[in-house]
Design a protein around this ligand. Structure first.
Ligand SMILES: Cc1cc2nc3c(=O)[nH]c(=O)nc-3n(C[C@H](O)[C@H](O)[C@H](O)COP(=O)(O)O)c2cc1C
Length: 248
């Protein structure tokens, strides 16, 4: 693969928040997981377990659990300074179904805490509580590989982080029989993306490479004040808000 192919793939990947209900072949899910298992992980501990949900009733139950959690999430978001509110939960309409509800497949990326024993003592004791940093970084890598593989197959995906909020975590684990040592890290719906409105296609803010690259030390001129960061976040959330259209 050439650099330009890679750049094209990563630029094509985006968080898909509206799906068609068209079926996704099993073979594609296998291909996605084949890619994910090559992800890097601390000390090659490979903490991941992928729980693939296709069963309609199970999917509905998971969506119900998360819809309920979104109500709480909305209330929590409304306690924040208005300008910094995340547009997803903040704009949530009462009774709205999560926008991945009709995706044909859900993949839960889970991590087995016991694999942390295989990391270096430094990683276990110093990198976040109980080695959580390395553990989560490995899971995040696998998650991203899933997203890239899905993109290469013409499929959409997105992070549904609410699965690791305390109540949904317990509810989903009970529903699916996930053992207590195994954490539900995150979830992605997998499905064919619904066409994006033209306005949304333009909304994809990224900082410029030059602004974030520091050569031979941290370049003071590029140090951002807290105010600048806040301004930046407001801008991003403003655009994202338009992109989400209050439907998340
Ligand atoms: C750790 C992490 C958690 C995220 N959680 C959510 C989420 O719960 N819901 C959601 O809609 N997007 C979530 N996202 C997606 C981001 O909002 C998205 O990546 C960002 O807005 C950039 O847009 P893009 O992915 O289309 O490039 C998450 C992304 C990351 C890396």
């Amino acid at each position: 693969m050439q650099y330009d192919d890679l750049l094209q793939l990563v630029a094509k990947r985006r968080s898909v928040r509206a799906f068609k209900s068209d079926p996704v072949p099993d073979e594609y899910i296998d291909k996605i997981i084949e890619v994910a298992r090559w992800a890097p992980s601390g000390a090659n501990t490979q903490p991941w377990e992928f729980v693939v949900i296709r069963n309609k009733k199970l999917k509905e139950k998971i969506v119900d659990i998360l819809a309920e959690d979104e109500v709480t999430s909305h209330k929590m978001e409304m306690t924040r300074e208005p300008e910094l509110r995340h547009p997803g939960p903040a704009n949530r309409k009462p009774g709205a179904r999560p926008n991945y509800a009709n995706a044909p497949v859900l993949i839960l990326v889970c991590g087995d805490h016991r694999t942390k024993e295989g990391m270096t003592v430094n990683a276990i004791y110093n990198h976040g509580p109980d080695g959580l940093q390395h553990f989560a970084s490995g899971l995040a890598s696998a998650f991203l590989y899933i997203q890239l593989a899905a993109t290469s197959l013409g499929l959409g995906s997105r992070w549904v982080s609410a699965v690791n909020n305390p109540l949904p975590q317990v509810q989903i684990k009970q529903l699916l029989g996930i053992p207590k040592e195994v954490m539900v890290y995150d979830m992605t719906p997998i499905g064919y993306p619904a066409p994006l409105p033209a306005s949304e296609q333009r909304m994809r803010a990224r900082r410029k490479a030059e602004e974030m690259t520091h050569r031979d030390g941290y370049e003071k001129a590029k140090y951002r004040t807290a105010e600048q960061i806040k301004e930046f976040l407001k801008k991003v959330h403003g655009r994202e808000g338009a992109r989400l259209g209050g439907k998340n």
